[in-house]
Design a protein around this ligand. Structure first.
Ligand SMILES: Nc1ncnc2c1ncn2[C@@H]1O[C@H](COP(=O)(O)OP(=O)(O)OP(=O)(O)O)[C@@H](O)[C@H]1O
Length: 233
């Protein structure tokens, strides 16, 4: 993490989410600081995806609050949170195959709204450059390797100028070289100021990239802030 500590742009306070009798998230408090990678690990069914849903706006908590840069966004839907700088990537790759790589990424910039991204074309160019995809700008988003499609999806989030990025299994389906490239990229984004929360089953990857790791079990966070390593300090 660079410089002085800054206010965490994303904070969860006592978040609870139930499905009938199942308490999927049982009172989780968490802050996701800028300029750092926070890893979220835990066994299948621990509640990680449900917590992500509550943070991103895909689900509304039954209790507790979600704050984005100090603003209570607990009941705001995902697209409104995106306009405030909270973006999420999914485990399942979701690019639009009928569009080019550039147009897929530009969608993210457009959806962010002009108040957040004044120039969607420039934001698209910047994301393409960051991801090393400029040469594929006019390529249809079909017949591309999984690793490239993941980058396109990441590009859509980056073009929306996120302050907070939630990534669910971003390395799923990637080979070793692609995983290395993604790891370096995510680290670079965090060092640039992004608040990154990462759910990842590849514990080795988490330990290499994360500034701290939160362990979730039975809907609760066991280790809210265990330091792992100093990156770029
Ligand atoms: N839509 C749903 N309806 C009922 N129960 C659900 C629903 N979604 C999740 N659950 C339950 O909530 C608990 C937490 O699930 P969740 O998917 O959040 O865990 P997870 O840590 O993301 O697991 P995985 O690593 O397998 O994705 C589990 O007991 C799961 O069965």
């Amino acid at each position: 993490m660079k410089g002085q500590p800054r206010r965490a742009p994303l904070v969860a306070e006592g978040v609870v989410r139930r499905f009938g009798g199942v308490v999927a998230v049982a009172g989780v408090s968490l802050s996701v600081p800028p300029g750092a990678v926070t890893g979220l690990v835990g066994a299948n069914g621990a509640g990680k995806s449900t917590l992500f849903d509550c943070l991103s706006g895909a689900a509304t908590p039954d209790a507790g609050r979600v704050l984005l840069s100090g603003r209570d966004v607990t009941t705001l839907p995902a697209h409104r949170r995106a306009r405030l700088g909270l973006l999420r990537g999914f485990q399942q790759i979701a690019v639009f195959p009928g569009l080019t790589v550039g147009d897929n990424i530009r969608l993210g910039a457009e959806q962010a709204g002009r108040r957040r991204v004044a120039d969607p074309v420039a934001a698209t160019d910047q994301a393409l450059r960051t991801l090393g995809l400029t040469h594929l700008r006019d390529h249809p988003a079909t017949d591309l390797p999984t690793g490239t499609l993941r980058l396109v999806e990441l590009g859509r989030a980056l073009a929306a100028a996120p302050a907070v990025l939630l990534l669910d299994e971003p390395a799923a389906g990637l080979d070793r070289a692609e995983t290395e490239r993604l790891t370096a990229l995510l680290r670079h984004l965090a060092d640039d100021g992004l608040a990154l929360l990462l759910v990842e089953h590849d514990r080795d990857l988490v330990d290499r990239i994360a500034d701290r790791v939160c362990l979730m079990t039975n809907g609760q966070l066991l280790t809210p802030a265990a330091p792992v390593a100093a990156h770029g300090a």
